[in-house]
Write a protein of this length. Structure first.
Length: 93
């Protein structure tokens, strides 16, 4: 089990060397800002990935569509209905 630990990323001296290089490159003040922006970018990436997965799931299984999706209404149909109603009102006048 102890032999598998190094396979899962830098441990011990490797991590110290990486942290030292980061401090030298960016300075101690910018490391928290860098970590925060990296975390935000990862969060946005995860959110986008989940949205795409949801869309692909909806496409592959159309029977389980969510109820919050509004039906698509053709604008031409509404215009014709409004025009017919307006025409009827003009005839009565």
């Amino acid at each position: 089990m102890a032999n598998l630990l190094p396979l899962f990323g830098p441990v011990g001296p490797e991590m110290l060397i990486i942290l030292l290089v980061l401090v030298l490159l960016f300075g101690a003040n910018k490391i928290p800002k860098l970590a925060r922006s990296t975390g935000q970018a990862m969060g946005e990436f995860k959110k986008g990935r989940e949205e795409i997965e949801d869309e692909l799931q909806e496409i592959s299984d159309p029977d389980s569509s969510s109820s919050d999706v509004e039906p698509i209404v053709d604008e031409d149909d509404e215009t014709e209905t409004e025009t017919a109603t307006e025409t009827e009102a003009e005839k009565q006048s």
